[in-house]
Every structure is written in C-alpha cells, then in structure tokens.
Design a protein around this ligand. Structure first.
Ligand SMILES: C[S@@+](CC[C@H](N)C(=O)[O-])C[C@H]1O[C@@H](n2cnc3c(N)ncnc32)[C@H](O)[C@@H]1O
Length: 403
C-alpha cells in the first residue's frame, strides 16, 4: 500500500492564503460556493497541509507529486490549490492496476455538499470518511472542536489527520472504526455527512440523527451507478429525501482497513451457450443513462465490470460489455444495423442485458425521471427508491450490513 505521511507546515507554501482565496473565487464563479461562512473555511484552511503527497493518473499510470520532491514541488503546490480531487492512498497491483483507498475530494464538490447540509451554529456533525482531514478542518473552522466528529476505517489516516488538524489548532473528535455503525457513544447528531459511498443507508445513521436532522451520502449500487441523496429524519422510524440534481461519486465504504474492493474479472467458459438477440436501447447505457443504469445495477447486484471490447491501438471499440464474477457476460455492438438495432450476445447463468432492458422499461413507465425526481424512503425494514412520491416505488435497496 502506498501512503503519504510527510508533514508540511502552513508556512511551507508562503503564498497559501492568496492561493486559497483564488480557489474560493474559482468555486464562487463556478457556482459551487455561495455562503460567507464556507468561503471563510476555504480561505483560512491551508489545503496543502492535508495533501503533502498525492497521485495523479498520467500516461496510463499513477505518478506522485510531493512537497518534499524538488522535481514535482511546484506542480504539487499549483495542483493542491486547484479544483481537482487528489488520490492520497492507493493499493498498487501489478496485474490489475491501482485501487484508490483514500483521496481529498474535489473542493467544489466538498463545498457544494457542505452548503447542502445546511449546517447552523451549534449543530453537531458526524463525518464518515476522515481521509486527509480537510473536510473535518472546514467543519471545525465553521462549528468548533466540540461539534465535529469524524471516523475513518484506516488507522494511519486518522492518526495523520489528527496531527495535521492539531498543527492548525483544530481538535475535533477523530475515531478509527467502521463508520457504517456511526458513533453511538456521541449521538445524536444534527447532521451526518458521508464522503464514501454506501449501497444502502446504514440504519445506525438514521437512529443517530436527531428527528429533523439531515444525512447526506452517495448511494451507489456499483460502478457508474449512484448519486448523492439528501435525507431528513422525518420521524423516529424513518428518513426520506431526494437525490441530487447533479451527479457525484465517492469511493465505496469498506468494512475492513486496506481491503481490496476490486471485482474479479471472470472469463466466460468457451463452452457455455450464447444467446443472441437485438436491442434498440443504447448499448452505452451505463455511461449515457445514469438513472437507468442505477436501476439496472440494483437488479444485477452491484458486483460487475463494464468496458469496451478491443484494444484502443487497433481503432475504436466494437462493443460494450458487462461481466459478473459468476461468468455471465453481455456484449452489445456499438454500431446499429440499418434498422437501428444492436446485436446482443449473452452467456453465463444470468442474462445481464435483460436487466438493462427491464430498467429502461421501468424508467420509461415512470416518465423518464432525472435524478432529482427520484426519492429514497428509509425505514428499519425497507429502503425504497421512488419517483416523485413514495407511493410510486421504482426499486428497493439491499440492506448494508453494520458492524
Ligand atoms: C474520499 S475519501 C474521504 C475524503 C475526506 N473527507 C477528506 O476531506 O480528505 C473516503 C474515505 O472513506 C474512508 N472509508 C472507507 N470505508 C470506511 C468506513 N467503513 N468507515 C469510515 N471511513 C471509511 C476511506 O478510508 C477514505 O479515507
């Protein structure tokens, strides 16, 4: 595992306040930051202290930019104060490439979420996913030490974040553990914000939010399949709310530190029979129809791989594919025939493309709702996705196991 532990004081980037102010201006211009309180947090917390080393995808591999590397230091400082996400912890695997375990999220997404959380003076907030500690620093700048709690599954990240926060005079309560269980010893909270995604809402989060309080998280059924949802605990036995109008995505919550959440890629057995059919649906549905793909992924079960066939050096891809670890696979040709139909070849125990067809039908019947017309109603027993009102259900989420 590759981690970053280098400590960088605020003064190591002498003009950081100018850079922070410029970043805040950029976020305001982009419509991602409006309130004076959060602007003050962005301006007064030096982001570079939280990301002394990070990794960028470049020419097909991950390269490190670091404060203590003379060759990359200038680019490091320029990138830290720009509106991009920075990978800070990754697992390198020679065979299947890097897996991201932690990152400092895009500043504009962080401010958008914090503003949507509708925090007021005196509120107590629990953050799931401490990561670098930057979001905890902004929250602590806004609310004060006693009102901010943050938990991460990675002990080293929590220790490092605590030291960075203390260096700046911030002392929120940081805990190592599985955030799926919340922090029962410190509940209730006015707000819970998760900066990792969940397949469904862990019930402890509802129980630990005051009635009237809010929860903001990314609900994600698998790759490309999910979005932020804004929930309010409307009564002791439920929480309810809408998905965000704009797409955002976070890495998944994992129940053990450093664990590998990769989905194994399984080749279909060459002797399993192939079923062929045609479709008029978009073969690139996982990339072009986010709500449809979310509904399909709920049916497929979340453990799948997506991609395009062929080698980029040999020209444009010929087909899109979906595979699952049980050996099921669907290949859908990208180019339509002269009647607008695409060939579908399915093999293995599950006809994966049929789930996509079904999701398209469901979505059509519901009036093709965009994300913000989708709601989520959470009770202890069920989690229901609906269109507009909870009496028009579309799908259900499987329960997230808690520790
Ligand atoms: C996108 S990063 C969080 C960024 C962070 N808020 C910041 O300001 O840098 C997601 C984090 O979720 C953490 N995480 C994953 N599973 C978790 C769990 N079960 N409980 C708590 N944190 C978890 C990861 O270790 C990772 O640090």
């Amino acid at each position: 595992m590759t981690t970053s532990t280098t400590s960088t004081g605020p003064d190591s980037v002498p003009d950081w306040q100018d850079r922070s102010a410029a970043l805040a201006d950029d976020l305001i211009a982009a419509g991602k930051l409006t309130s004076p309180q959060w602007r003050a947090a962005v301006e007064n917390v030096p982001r570079h202290v939280f990301v002394p080393r990070f990794y960028l995808h470049r020419d097909g591999r991950m390269v490190a930019l670091a404060a203590d590397d003379p060759d990359t230091r200038q680019e490091w400082a320029d990138t830290v104060y720009s509106n991009i996400a920075l990978v800070t912890l990754l697992d390198q695997d020679e065979n299947s490439g890097p897996v991201f375990l932690s990152s400092s999220s895009t500043p504009g997404l962080m401010t958008r979420m914090l503003e949507a959380l509708d925090v007021h003076d005196g509120h107590t907030v629990l953050e799931i996913g401490t990561g670098t500690g930057l979001n905890a620093a902004w929250l602590t700048h806004r609310l004060g030490d006693k009102h901010v709690y943050s938990i991460d599954i990675e002990p080293d990240l929590v220790d490092t974040a605590r030291a960075r926060l203390a260096q700046l005079g911030y002392r929120p309560t940081l805990v190592t553990g599985d955030g799926a269980a919340g922090l029962p010893g410190h509940a209730p909270f006015d707000r819970i914000i998760a900066t990792c995604s969940v397949p469904s809402i862990p019930w402890p989060w509802i129980e630990q939010t005051r009635v009237g309080g809010r929860i903001l998280t990314d609900v994600r059924a698998g790759t490309n399949a999910g979005n932020l949802v804004h929930l309010t605990r409307t009564a002791s036995d439920r929480a309810e709310g809408r998905f965000d109008a704009h797409s955002a995505s976070f890495m998944g919550l994992r129940h053990t530190p450093g664990s590998d959440t990769r989905i194994p890629y399984t080749r279909s057995s060459s002797d399993s029979p192939t079923t062929t059919s045609t479709t008029t649906r978009d073969p690139q549905t996982p990339w072009t129809h986010p709500v449809v793909w979310f509904l399909a992924a709920l049916r497929i079960g979340g453990r799948y791989q997506l991609g395009y066939t062929g080698n980029p050096q040999d020209g444009p891809p010929r087909a899109a594919f979906i595979t699952t670890p049980d050996g099921s696979r669907a290949d859908i040709t990208l180019a339509p025939d002269d009647r607008g139909r695409h060939d579908v070849a399915e093999t293995g125990p599950v006809r994966l493309w049929q789930h996509v067809e079904h999701a398209h039908q469901l979505w059509d019947q519901a009036g093709r709702p965009p994300w913000h017309r989708l709601g989520l109603l959470v009770t202890r027993e069920t989690q229901t996705i609906y269109t507009d009102t909870s009496d028009t259900p579309l799908a259900t989420l499987a329960a997230t196991p808690s520790t």
